[in-house]
Design a protein around this ligand. Sequence first.
Ligand code: IFM
Length: 475
Amino acid sequence: MNDTAVTTTVDRPFESVARETARLLPPGFELGVAMASYQIEGAVADDGRGTSIWDTFSHTPGKVARDETGDVACDHYHRYREDVALMAELGVDAYRLSVAWPRIQPDGRGPVNGAGADFYSRLVDELLDAGITPLVTLYHWDLPQALEDAGGWRKRDTAHRFVDYALAVQDRIGDRVRRWITLNEPYCSSVLGYGTGRHAPGVRDAGAALAAAHHLLLGHGLAVRAMRERDAEASYGITLNLEPVSALRDRPEDQEAARRSLTLSNLVFTDPVLAGTYPQDARRIWSAVSDFSFLQDGDLDTTAAELDFLGVNYYFPARVRAVPHREPDPALRLVDDLGAAALVLPDDEVTEMGWPVDPDGLRRLLGWLHETYPALPPVYITENGRACLDVVEDGAVHDEARIRYVDSHLRAVAQAVESGVDVRGYFQWTLLDNFEWAEGYARRFGLVHVDYDKLARLPKDSFSWYQALLAARRP
Ligand code: IFM
C-alpha cells in the first residue's frame, strides 16, 4: 500500500489544479453531488405528505440549534427545476437524491400517495432530460412518525414496512432509476437516533440502538432481495458512514478502546452486510445492555444480500484513546460512554463541524475495507465534503478551504484506486447549503450558497472548481 500522505495545493489557479486532479482519476470514474430530502425539500405539508420523525424532533424545543426546522429548507420541492439546471451547469454525471418515505406513504404503510410519488417522477424526468443519472436513496432518516409511534426501528416489523415502501417507490420510478441505495448511514439512524438521542427520534437507550441497527440492516437486505426479484437488471447498494480507526498510542488500553470504537462505528454495520457475520466483540462490549435477542436465525444471510456496490461516506478519521467510563447507567453506555475518546489533535485543521481534516484517512479507510472484506463489491464515495464559514463578499463566496478539501479527498481516492481498490465514483456533499440536522442551517456544506431569507442560490468558487474538474474529464 502506498503510504504517501495526500497533499493538495490550490495556491495555483484552481482550474489548473482541477485539470491535474481530473487526470488522476480513472477513465469512466463517475462524479456527482448528493443531497437528501428533509435537508432541502421543505414543503412539509404539500401534496399529502405525512409527518416524519424529523418534523417532530425539529419542532421539539431544544433539539435543533436555534430551534430550526426543515419546514422550508431550500424549498427544493418547488424549485427543483432550478436546482437541476444548476447541476447541469456544473456538469455532473449523476445526482444522488433521497425519497421521503412520508411523501410516499404518509403513515408509513398502506396505499401510495400518488401526488407525493409524482414529485420524484418529475424530478427523475428533469434529471434525465438534463443528461444526469439519478442514484436514489430510499431512506435518509425521515421515518414516518406513525411508524415511530409503533416502535420505530426498535421493532422488527419496521424492516418489513420498509420493504413495502421500497417496492412502492420502485414501482413508480424504477422504469427510469437503475441504481438504488437502500439506507443512508444506518449508524446515524440507530446510534444517534436511539442511542445518544442527538438525532430523531431522540431516544437514549443503548440496547434500543443496537436493535435499531440490526433492524435497519435487516430491512436493507429484505428490500434488496425483493427489489432484485422484480428487477434483476438494476443495481443495489447501501451507504455506510465509516471511519478509519486507530489507537493514539501503542498502549493496550488505547488499542482496546480503538477496538470498541471500530466495532461501533464500522463493524456492527460492515460485518453483517459484507461478511454475513456479527462482530463477536459487540456481544462482549454491550452484554450489560442487550441480550441480542433481535438477532434471529437466517438474519445474517439476509443482511448480506448480494450487493452491486457499497456506498461509503467519509468525513474524518478516529484517533482513539481510552478514557474512564462516566455514565453510571449502563443502559446508556454506547457512543457517549464507550470508554474511548476520538480526538482532534493539536495540529489538525478542523472544519466548521469541528471535524479533523484528513484526506489520507479516506485512502486508509478504503484500504482497510479492501483488506478486511474479500467480497467487497465496487465502491462509490457517496458523500464527502466540508462545512466552511462561508461569507458572501461582493456577490461571491471564496471557499478555498472547501476546494482544498474536495480536491485532496479525490486525490486520496485516486491513490486508493492505484493501489487496487475498485472505486467507481465520488459524490460531493453537497450541492446546496441545507438543513444540517441538529446543527440547523449554520453549517454550510454546499457548492452553492443559499440565502435562506430569499431562497436565492449563489454558486461559490468551489462550484467553479468542480465545474472545471468535470469539464477537464470530457474528451
Ligand atoms: O448532512 C449530512 C448528511 O445528511 C449525512 N452525512 C453527513 C452529512 C454532513 O453531516
